[in-house]
Design a binder for this molecule. Structure first.
Ligand code: BGC
Length: 741
């Protein structure tokens, strides 16, 4: 009775509290809007247009500098924001220029803080493999703390592009192929960057990019066109962007691609109808780099004036780097092609964010050299980076329990172009990260095994054809009890403008692997890469494979933790690994087709020369222990629209180690007005079990999880039979059906 009373009080209190908070937020928003209006009233048209321009700072051997013409523009109040400038002292110097203008509107400093700023965390695709939202949020939090301490206000992240084509180099910057997982991760990143208070000196404004559908570039070729149905767009590609905006992200970046013929930067359907009108986005939109200028190459604008007109009228507020807004908008207003109120709207959106960041109160708020000094690469940040890195590792194969390696091992050979490599560990888009501060695999192993004889050979370079280092590597392998073979792609082969037509290991690395294999020594392959690779031969021959992506500053320590059993791997693939490029696009949530694959029927949906199955399915990842999935049980076999179904399954750790498992729940709608995927991820739980322990897990399912865009494009559910599939990956599942009455 007492408990009940307390609970009721608690509920009343929390309702009042959240009402109070909401009231406070609404009041703050109104206050900010009033302040914005009062500033806007005092501005000339030229000053207004100036707020819509973002220019880069540069770097040469002598350090950071800003071009003469941009300095002039800042001094005339013709610049709203600068990117690629960081450092408390440097940003203060630039801010002072803005403070000497008539309006004294502070500059906004932006930068690509994608996976860490100074302390580099795993690349985003790797972090997604952790399926650990708290870890991902923490990573963004540390990045924001370091970035804000160096004068930055704004990061160009998170990238929320769903990517189903690993040829596209930018798969490394996102959360993989799945909409549900991608949406949760997008939210975690925004929360991490922005915290609860944008004005705090350890938060930065997030930028949701690249809006929209950039990840669907044809043939995986960067910047290529995207042509897709509105159903596919809304169902698969848009939800992660929306999730990030719902989590409070205050800015959005356009994408380079055209979508169904209209380049994103000139796309009013995306930037206004969807973003503002449907999603109620109140922040501002910035172009991706010179994409206003690129409208001319797309062939939708004849000149700089038309490109500017199309962009501003689409709802694009800030021009990154092309300088077209500064050049053209005044004239477009004078000739009546663009109204001044359209300019005002864009300015207001930008000023709002500057107010939210607290820049009008104190433009130097983030230019604190003391804070900068005590914040960057703190030991606790390095510790967090190591932990997130361990959580991002995926064990792809482990025959006969060759891993973890006993720490008593006498001699161990660490071979390959990634064995003593620091440069590539921090991956692409590693911001102000200094690769020379990263811990190589060799260093990590040596630190872990001070007593052992740790041998090293480079074996080969990453991408050339030279076999000159093979003989030494083979010799070294022969002397060791076990070989760690570190293979992969260079960081520059992933990220922007890094599409590949082959997913094989580059150079002669496969030949090196074959040579080492011929020695007969046990081998554990450590992969470093930013996308799925086609590694069929390794999967067939080598007993152990660890996918370590690019893990950042603490990579070597994190990998050693896993290799020697101080950490039991628990990562799961956020993207399918194909067997061959010819299978692409390949993702777990495909349709069944009218002629589902049948090995005995030539006229079924398959290839003549390869199986339909991927090498490793989405959600896949092993542990040093084993998990046994019990039978699925349902609270009911039939539910009505207002009911919630409870699904139970027991998971047992049947192995020898304590371990974590990501239990994944998929749903299939068996008959609907449109064909539905064979399964879709709808929930997951990451649990930890002691050896021998079991746990009963419960999932709740309501019509929310059963909804989709129906034949008439309305969003909702349809009654009928559904299948629930639960497992440790998207392939090996226990299944049960139920009916929605
Ligand atoms: C990339 C963006 C990035 C921007 C600014 C562009 O080339 O596509 O992702 O934020 O540059 O550096």
């Amino acid at each position: 009775m007492k408990i009940k009373k307390q609970t009721t009080l608690l509920i009343i209190f929390s309702i009042l509290f959240s009402f109070g908070c909401n009231q406070k937020t609404v009041k703050n928003e109104v206050n900010i809007d009033k302040k914005v209006d009062s500033v806007l009233k005092l501005m000339t048209l030229e000053e207004k247009i100036g707020q819509l321009s973002l220019f880069t700072s540069d770097m040469d051997q002598t350090g950071a500098f800003i071009r003469k013409e941009y300095q002039e523009d800042i001094k005339k109040g013709r610049v709203g924001a600068i990117f690629n400038a960081y450092g408390a002292a440097y940003t203060r110097k630039l801010q002072e220029m803005a403070m000497n203008t008539r309006m004294k509107i502070p500059l906004l400093f932006g930068y690509d803080v994608i996976h860490g700023h100074r302390t580099i965390f795993p690349v985003p695709l790797a972090e997604a493999a952790s399926w650990d939202l708290a870890a991902i949020e923490l990573s963004a939090r540390v990045a924001a703390t370091e970035a804000a301490a160096e004068g930055l206000h704004w990061t160009f992240a998170p990238m929320c592009d769903i990517a189903r084509d690993p040829r596209w180099g930018r798969v490394v910057e996102g959360a993989g192929e799945d909409t549900y997982l991608g949406s949760l991760i997008a939210q975690a990143r925004v929360k991490g960057f922005q915290g609860n208070d944008l004005a705090a000196t350890n938060t930065v404004a997030a930028c949701v990019k690249h809006f929209a559908a950039y990840g669907a570039a044809q043939a995986g070729r960067d910047y290529h066109s995207v042509d897709m149905s509105e159903r596919m767009l809304r169902e698969v590609y848009l939800p992660p962007y929306q999730a990030a905006i719902d989590a409070g992200a205050v800015t959005v970046m356009t994408s380079f691609n055209d979508l169904n013929g209209i380049p994103a930067t000139a796309n009013r359907f995306l930037m206004t109808d969807i973003l503002r009108n449907e999603w109620n986005f109140k922040g501002f939109v910035v172009t991706d780099y010179t994409s206003i200028m690129e409208l001319m190459f797309h062939g939708v604008a004849a000149d700089t004036a038309q490109a500017s007109e199309l962009s501003i009228l689409a709802g694009v507020d800030m021009d990154m780097q092309s300088g077209f807004y500064n050049q053209e908008l005044e004239n477009l207003v004078k000739t009546g092609k663009v109204t001044e109120s359209a300019i005002d709207e864009a300015v207001k959106r930008i000023l709002r964010v500057k107010f939210q960041l607290g820049l009008f109160e104190n433009p130097y708020k983030y230019c604190n050299e003391e804070l900068e000094k005590e914040t960057l690469m703190k030991p606790e940040f390095l510790e967090s980076a190591r932990d997130v890195a361990r959580k991002s590792i995926v064990l792809l194969k482990n025959e006969n329990g060759i891993l973890p390696i006993n720490k008593q091992v006498k001699s161990i050979a660490v071979i390959g172009p990634f064995a003593d490599n620091k440069r590539d560990l921090i991956g692409s888009w590693s911001a102000a990260g200094n690769w020379s501060k990263s811990v190589s695999l060799l260093e990590g192993i040596k630190a872990k095994l001070p007593e052992a004889n740790v041998l090293y050979a480079r074996g080969s370079n990453i991408a050339d054809d030279s076999t000159q280092f093979f003989a030494e590597a083979v010799n070294i392998a022969k002397k060791a009890d076990i070989v760690i073979l570190a293979l992969g792609e260079a960081a520059y082969m992933t990220g922007e403008a890094a599409s590949r037509s082959s997913l094989d290991l580059p150079g002669v690395q496969m030949q090196l692997a074959q040579k080492i294999y011929e020695t007969g020594k046990p081998i554990a392959v450590v992969l470093m890469n930013g996308r799925p690779l086609t590694i069929n031969w390794l999967n067939e021959k080598v007993p152990a494979i660890l996918e370590t992506w690019f893990l950042g500053t603490q990579a070597g320590n994190a990998i050693a933790d896993v290799l020697f059993g101080d950490y039991n791997p628990s990562g799961k693939l956020p993207i399918t690994f194909p067997r061959a490029v010819g299978q692409i696009p390949i993702h777990y949530n495909m349709k069944n087709t009218g002629r589902p694959m049948d090995p005995n029927n030539k006229y079924s949906s398959k290839y003549l020369d390869i199986s339909n199955e991927p090498l490793y399915p989405f959600g896949f990842g092993l542990s040093y222990t084993q998990f046994e999935y019990g039978e699925l049980s349902l609270s009911k076999n039939e539910i009505s629209e207002n009911e919630t179904l409870t699904v139970k399954i027991s998971i047992k750790n049947t192995g020898k180690f304590k371990g974590k498992e990501v239990v994944q729940l998929y749903i299939r709608d068996l008959v609907a007005s449109v064909s539905r995927p064979v399964k879709e991820l709808k929930a997951f739980q990451k649990i930890e079990l002691e050896a021998g322990e079991s746990k009963m897990l419960e999932f709740k399912i309501s019509t929310k999880e059963l909804s989709f865009y129906k034949a008439d494009m309305s969003f909702g559910y349809e009654k009928g039979e559904f299948e629930i599939l639960i497992g440790g990956n998207s392939r090996d599942t226990k299944n049960v059906k139920f009916l929605l009455k």
